[in-house]
Design a protein. Structure first.
Ligand code: NAD
Length: 286
């Protein structure tokens, strides 16, 4: 197994800059690629702000912050990925875009390099099919916020080989994360279980069985969940949850995945949760 030193990260958004930060604080060099300098500057500034907060909380020294920041380089030039030992695609969630990116990266990356995607909803097997190295391709599904969340789902497509999984497991552990290996299927494992549970909480609310506060209190105290399902919906974004349920409903063709009518109506109203100031709770002024 090659020792991974330099990680290529495609996309400097929420997940991309989080992955680059996790690499950098674990001693790995990260090359962050995006389409525009503005996106790269924003991504790097987010990392700097996040590391600064760790210094303030005395979880990181100023010297380690500077060293970590120094390990993150940015570029709009995909050619820079020729130097990467492992590459993770974390660009916008659009099938055509990802297919284009992966074909491009496949042509640039060294032959021994594993290419991964952080997609939440697109089939790993389908993405692998456009590549010349499908056995060296897998899903490496991080959770948001990446620097905080301990889990990484390693998603095995139909063609992914054991050596690829072993290298990805070692990589996740280098980042201090706990990997679980799962098979490719819509939503993988965590979102497959979580999203229908959140959708069911919305059905319960829409049927008037209990108030939002009571539903959340019930699941916190009755199931030891750290946050109630409706508060979590507001945090994730109702549009994101609706998109996931629509994927499940379309892919499995099973009515148990139908999105709650109230979820659809709230999204139509623009009540998306925290990001719009209103969801199951009001966040104005916060
Ligand atoms: P985001 O919108 O915050 O960032 C996406 C970035 O990709 C943007 O900076 C955009 O400029 C860039 N981009 C677009 N086209 C590109 C291209 N051709 N080359 C390079 N960069 C390009 O999105 P995000 O929330 O970071 O999501 C990224 C991926 O991670 C998606 O596949 C998503 O499904 C997945 N994911 C998201 C979350 C989450 O909670 N946000 C969790 C797990 C997985």
């Amino acid at each position: 197994m090659t020792t991974l030193k330099t990680i290529g990260v495609i996309g400097a958004g929420t997940m991309g800059n989080g992955i680059a930060q996790a690499c950098a604080t674990s001693g790995l060099a990260a090359i962050m690629i995006d389409v525009a300098d503005a996106a790269l500057d924003k991504g790097k500034a987010t990392i700097a702000g996040s590391l600064e907060r760790l210094v303030k909380k005395e979880k990181l020294t100023a010297a380690d912050r500077d060293a970590a920041l120094g390990r993150v380089t940015t570029s709009t030039d995909y050619g820079k990925l020729a130097a990467a030992d492992f590459i993770i695609e974390a660009a916008t969630e659009r099938l055509e875009l990802k297919l284009d990116i992966l074909k491009k990266v496949d042509a640039i990356a060294r032959q021994d390099v594993i290419i991964a995607t952080n997609t939440s909803s697109i089939s790993i097997t389908q993405l692998a099919a456009v590549m010349k190295r499908p056995s060296q391709f897998l899903g490496v599904h991080f959770f948001n916020p990446v620097p905080m969340m301990a889990l990484v789902e390693l998603v095995r497509g139909l063609a992914t080989d054991d050596a690829t999984i072993a290298t990805a497991e070692a990589f996740a552990k280098t980042l201090g994360k706990t990997p679980i290996v799962v098979k490719n299927s819509p939503g993988f494992v965590v979102n497959r279980i979580l999203c229908p549970m959140l959708n069911e909480a919305i059905f319960v609310y829409q049927e008037g069985l209990a108030s939002a506060a009571a539903i959340d209190e019930g699941m916190k105290l009755g199931c030891n969940h750290p946050i109630g399902p409706l508060a979590l919906c507001d945090m994730i974004g109702l549009d994101v949850l609706l998109a996931v349920m629509n994927v499940f409903y379309a892919d499995f063709k099973d009515p148990k995945y139908r999105p709650a009518p109230l979820l659809q109506e709230m999204v139509a109203a623009g009540w998306l949760g925290r990001k719009t100031g209103r969801g199951f709770y009001a966040y104005e002024g916060k």
